[in-house]
Design a protein around this ligand. Structure first.
Ligand SMILES: *Cc1c(COP(=O)(O)O)cnc(C)c1O
Length: 430
């Protein structure tokens, strides 16, 4: 069963200071999980988790990760700047971008982050835009075809836009060696949200074999193998989660089997997990504001898909706990909806839940990664605040809610009259 990390009383108290909806993150949960990941890979002395910034791009969360010894995995200029501002330096930052603009490469190079090249043509591109080749660089690999695991989970690398083919990566290594690159990384991301302990070990097996081949072929020093993200979390209440210790042990076995006999014993293992690091330790708390009885029973809440997009775009399941009614019978069937003029704006469809009354607080689970971060402003809906729940039970505002003025800020010449401004202010929306 899934349990909320807040009680009804706690949530009500928080909502008195910070109005719903809000995303809230459990600091202790995040820290304990980072430590488990590091323990699971402690057999590899160079192990480093580069937290995927895109999952939860909030400075307080990034600082927690940095404090715990993680690096930052960035995919854009804003993420690079954010990571720097939070204290990340040099090889603390992995720039795993694709379709990368020139100015972002130049910036990544100036701050000496590790550049992970998505394509062979970018070698020449870097040269053309005047970026010098550092001693350590990485290449992203795409094996093509279909990636299968024994439990049926699979993905289609052959249809994905990322990475280089097998032939290209050999060629890329040789070209880069000529340009002075001395230490190489190999990176690959083959399946998303994998809820199986098999994914990383299987991927590691493929990348270790590739590392050995590339080392033999080109003499390249393989400094690290980056398993990237894709380790999933159990969104469904009856689903069993991954065991990170079993995953770490599975990767270790492949290392012993493939890397050690080839003499590649000093290669570091890097990961770029996002979802697994923060997903379960965040929630969207929203208030029931309407109920509606037509052909189905609807509960309208004060959050919408602009605050959490996954159900609307992927049909993703997010478990819901009605706070204070944890033990009540699930004898009602509701569609839990937001206010967008878009019928996909449903956090739950025909979900068995306890009877919900106006004012009830709903705890939407597992929004700690790719939750707030995917927010948008469709229908003129504003972003919520983000809060951090500390170990001592105190709460810190780590991003204020977006205001009207933020929404209008990119219109350089929109006159809003004084009387309208007054009303906005009266409603506390300015
Ligand atoms: C999205 C992404 C990640 C994180 O993926 P999760 O599924 O959240 O673990 C890591 N690396 C790269 C390059 C990504 O694009």
């Amino acid at each position: 069963m899934k349990e909320a990390f807040l009680t009804a009383d706690q949530a009500k108290k928080i909502a008195e200071t910070y109005p719903t909806p809000f995303h809230i993150y459990d600091e202790e949960g995040i820290r304990a999980n980072v430590r488990a990941v590091q323990k699971a890979f402690a057999w590899n002395p160079g192990f480093k988790e580069y937290f995927a910034v895109k999952a939860t791009p909030n400075p307080e969360i990034l600082k927690i990760m940095l404090e715990e010894g993680c690096g930052m995995d960035c995919s854009s200029m804003s993420e690079l700047v954010l990571s720097r501002a939070c204290g990340a330096r040099g090889s603390d930052i992995m720039f795993s971008s694709n379709d990368t603009p020139a100015e972002e490469y130049r910036f990544a190079s100036k701050i000496e982050s590790i550049i992970n090249l998505d394509d062979i043509t970018h070698i020449e591109y870097l040269e053309r835009i005047g970026v010098a080749f550092p001693e350590t660089m990485s290449c992203r690999f795409n094996p093509g075809g279909v990636f299968r695991m024994s439990n049926g989970i699979m993905d289609n690398p052959g249809e994905s836009k990322y990475g280089m083919t097998r032939e290209q990566i050999s060629e890329a290594f040789k070209l880069m060696m000529k340009k002075g690159v001395k230490r190489f990384g190999i990176h690959s991301f083959l399946a998303s949200n994998t809820v199986t302990n098999e994914y990383y070990p299987m991927l590691a097996g493929q990348l270790f074999e590739l590392a050995v081949e590339l080392h033999r072929e080109t003499g390249a020093d393989i400094a690290f193998v980056n398993l990237s993200g894709g380790v999933g979390i159990p969104y469904m209440p009856d689903q069993e989660g991954n065991d990170i210790y079993e995953i770490g042990e599975g990767v270790r076995k492949k290392f012993e089997e493939i890397m050690v006999p080839a003499g590649l014993t000093n290669t570091s293992i890097y990961t770029e997990m996002g979802r697994f690091m923060t997903g379960p330790y965040g929630a969207l708390v929203t208030k029931a504001i309407h109920e509606k009885h037509i052909y189905r029973e609807y509960i309208g809440v004060d959050a919408c898909a602009a605050n959490l997009m996954r159900p609307a775009i992927y049909g993703a399941y997010h478990h819901i706990t009605v706070l204070g009614k944890e033990n009540a019978p699930l004898d009602h069937k509701y569609d839990v909806v937001g206010s967008l003029c878009e019928n996909n704006d449903k956090f739950a469809v025909e979900r068995a839940l306890p009877k919900i009354e106006e004012g009830d607080l709903l705890f939407i689970h597992d929004t700690g990664a790719h939750g707030f971060a995917m927010g948008y402003n469709y229908n003129g809906r504003l972003w919520s605040s983000e809060l951090l729940l500390r170990g001592d039970g105190s709460v810190k505002l780590i991003r204020r809610a977006q205001k009207m003025a933020d929404y209008f800020a990119t219109f350089d010449c929109l006159p809003v009259s004084e009387d309208i401004k007054e009303i906005i202010k009266e409603e506390g929306l300015e």
